[in-house]
Structure formats: C-alpha cells, structure tokens
Unconditional design. Structure first.
Length: 191
C-alpha cells in the first residue's frame, strides 16, 4: 500500500493557523454554513493570509484549491473519498482550531464500493453506506500540517468530549502534478 499521509514540519504552522482562523471569521460564512467543506477564492484568501502565501511561494507551490473545513463539535464526518476517489489526490490538510484529539481514520474498502455524490455545495465525493464492509488501515490526529491522500476512504471523528467546532483547511494542487499523485513526490521540497 502506498503512503496515505505524512506530517510536515512547518516551523510557523501555528502562526499560519491563526492567520487563517482570522480570515475564516472575518471574510467567510464558513462558521455558519451547513456544508462542512467550503471552497474559498484562492486570490482572496492568500491576499488576507500573507504567511500562508509566503509558505506556498517559498516552495513554488501554486494552489488550485483552498477550502475551509468546519465540523460541528460532536459530528463524525462519515466515511468518504474526496472527488471520484479513483486517482490519488494528495493535498495538504492543515489544523486551524480544536483539532487536538480528533482522529482521521483511513479505511480499506472493496474497489467497487461507494457512490459518486454531489453535496449541496457542488462538492463531488464518493460516499459509502454506514454498513459498508471495511477495515481500518491507519489513523492520525491532525496536530500539524499533513500531506494526505484524500482519495483513500476516510472518516473524521471528533475528540472525546469536544464542545467546539473542529476547523481546518486544505490546499490542493494541479491533479496532473507528481505532488498530487504521491506523497513520495514531496521529498524534494524542504519543510
């Protein structure tokens, strides 16, 4: 099995998280949205998040997707694959607030499982029924920025006793680039 996630060592990741939190609160309605996954204008977000822009620019990374992810305090985000789940889709997943103790669980499911679905926000994903045959292959706590193959079946579980919304964001790149197809392709970049 290919590597499904890898933590990144970003020295100022908490400063970037604070900057993104301020952007989410001051410039979006993501905290009020019924959809947990909300695409953001790349230009607008980066113009208000200079530390994030510098992080990307210093590594010659050009995002094609920036999205905020706001989960209710006790909601499990059920098992799904992002997009069609057919090709690998490696993105950066970044904690913003209240991610400590929450777990992203990775699952092995039969190749033909799941149904391509579009949510109210126009986001395409592969969804699975609650009784889907599966076996857990790994899990991680979103304590630091992480490279994540979002085409793996995954679910998000809140921290036990959580009373606050779990806030994160994701950065996606051109799907034809090697860095979008494998975590190993990121080894050339400095973190």
């Amino acid at each position: 099995m290919k590597l499904a996630y890898k933590f990144l060592d970003v020295e100022n990741h908490q400063d970037i998280s604070e900057e993104v939190y301020k952007y989410i609160v001051d410039h979006t309605d993501a905290m009020l949205s019924k959809n947990y996954f909300n695409d953001q204008s790349i230009h607008h977000m980066l113009s208000h998040c200079p530390l994030l822009a510098e992080f990307l620019n210093s590594r010659h990374l050009i995002p094609e997707r920036l999205a905020t992810i706001v989960c209710a305090d006790n909601d499990i985000v059920s098992m799904h694959k992002d997009n069609d789940g057919v090709d690998p889709y490696v993105r950066i997943l970044w904690p913003v607030r209240n991610c400590q103790g929450s777990m992203t669980k990775l699952w092995q499911v039969p190749d033909d499982a799941g149904t391509l679905t579009v949510d109210k926000n126009g986001i395409v994903y592969t969804g699975f029924p609650r009784d889907q045959q599966r076996s857990q292959i790994d899990e991680f706590e979103l304590s630091h920025p992480v490279l994540f193959n979002a085409s793996c079946a995954h679910s998000v579980h809140p921290a036990p006793g959580s009373t606050k919304k779990r806030i994160s964001f994701t950065i996606g790149f051109d799907r034809d680039l090697p860095i979008s197809k494998s975590i190993e392709a990121w080894s050339e970049l400095e973190f």
